[in-house]
Design a protein. Structure first.
Length: 403
């Protein structure tokens, strides 16, 4: 029995000692603040502002979760959120969930200076994941609850909307099922918006007055995009995407009418990505990645090497640095070959497996949604621990019977 405990203990200690560190080193642009929307499932979500060495400069909670965060020119932060136990609830029974946007002013102490929200049936898969202020003063919103994108004037009036049911076959009531999970919308030109349709494995470009004018990954091939988050248009023929269920970040370029992998990376600092949900090309040419289940934000150069990283418990969703996601940095040059030689990068366009034990790895991944686990903990550790527990109990039973 003692031997089983010793084996598990040695395995855990060795894994922790040999794991590459997630170091906090100075950001490449000196005094940069990195804003993070933290979804969390164990405590309140929060907006966190990290200093150049990864330390928290300030944070603001008071919501079940936060998702998109955008620095505004006056120093405030636009953040999307969902709150439990809210009122009023419109057609739903109180208390309900409410989702929308807040503007948080960090000075003198973090506080909300503006809030716009609406009631939803549930806080799960109905929350607003993304919003941005347009030059017109309107708010552009990705509405997962009704599967649409729309703009709203400062007085709360909806001024335009595109419903996904005009392009996709819709269920009777999209508010009762996680149909498409529209999780991101970006203004990419006047009256033209890039929309992430997660459950279809597609990105669509929607133009006001025209509807869908372009589709990236028309076949919904999961080897190209698999339940992606937070795409960033780098130019008319280049897009950067957090390819979440493929556990990689990928840059796609359009060539001869087809979107192909030009650059990808599936790890940083010797640690494989685990459900990355944001990737931004910074003005300095690096890429800022939110590695959600590893509870970290990491900055990579074009070679895929980590130049900065910070721990962010638990379940960070999106990260931004001033002046924001746009203007984006330049796309990486590509000669048309598949992928780049980043640490452990897989073949272009394919799902990237970890080689873990399927059942035990699934249990560990599920637990990461609930608690901040060490990033080096894997399905193998759980399997070893389970085996040791069985051996311990069997030994205990034999001991009791021998008495």
């Amino acid at each position: 029995m003692t031997g089983s405990v010793l084996v598990v203990t040695v395995a855990l200690v060795a894994s922790a000692a040999l794991a590459p560190p997630i170091a906090s080193t100075p950001a490449s642009n000196g005094s940069a603040t990195t804003l993070v929307g933290v979804q969390s499932t164990t405590t309140d979500g929060r907006v966190a502002a990290l200093g150049p060495r990864g330390g928290e400069r300030w944070s603001y909670a008071n919501a079940a979760s936060y998702h998109d965060v955008t620095p505004l020119p006056n120093g405030t932060v636009l953040a999307t959120f969902v709150a439990h136990d809210a009122r009023p609830c419109g057609p739903y029974e109180a208390p309900c969930s409410r989702t929308g946007v807040r503007i948080v002013d960090p000075k003198p102490e973090p506080h909300v200076v503006f809030e716009w929200a609406f009631p939803v049936r549930t806080s799960k898969n109905s929350e607003v994941h993304d919003a941005e202020l347009l030059p017109s003063g309107e708010l552009l919103v990705a509405d997962m609850d009704r599967e649409r994108v729309f703009t709203v004037a400062p007085n709360g009036t909806v001024t335009w909307q595109w419903s996904a049911s005009s392009f996709y076959d819709a269920p009777p009531d999209p508010t009762k099922t996680d149909w498409l999970h529209i999780n991101d919308v970006d203004r990419v030109a006047e009256g033209r918006y890039l929309v992430s349709v997660r459950n279809a494995n597609q990105l669509v470009v929607v133009e006001r007055g025209e509807g869908v004018v372009d589709v990236i990954n028309e076949d919904g091939d999961p080897r190209v995009l698999n339940k992606q988050h937070n795409p960033q248009m780098l130019g008319p023929d280049a897009v950067l995407v957090a390819d979440s269920e493929n556990d990689r970040v990928v840059e796609l370029h359009e060539r001869n009418g087809e979107w192909e992998v030009a650059w990808q990376v599936d790890s940083a600092g010797g640690v494989r990505f685990d459900w990355p949900r944001d990737a931004d090309r910074l003005p300095n040419g690096n890429t800022l990645v939110t590695d959600s289940r590893n509870n970290r934000v990491v900055e990579l150069n074009a070679s895929g090497d980590a130049v900065w990283s910070a721990r962010v418990p638990t379940v960070p969703y999106e990260a931004d640095r001033p002046p924001g996601e746009y203007p984006a940095g330049d796309p990486y040059e590509s000669d048309g070959s598949t992928g780049v030689g980043a640490e452990g990068a897989g073949s272009a366009g394919g799902p990237l497996g970890s080689g873990d034990l399927p059942v035990f790895s699934y249990l560990v991944d599920s637990a990461r949604h609930v608690v901040a686990l060490p990033y080096w903990l894997s399905g193998w550790h759980l399997a070893l621990g389970s085996g040791a527990s069985v051996a311990f109990l069997a030994g205990l039973v034999l001991f009791v019977r021998s008495e």
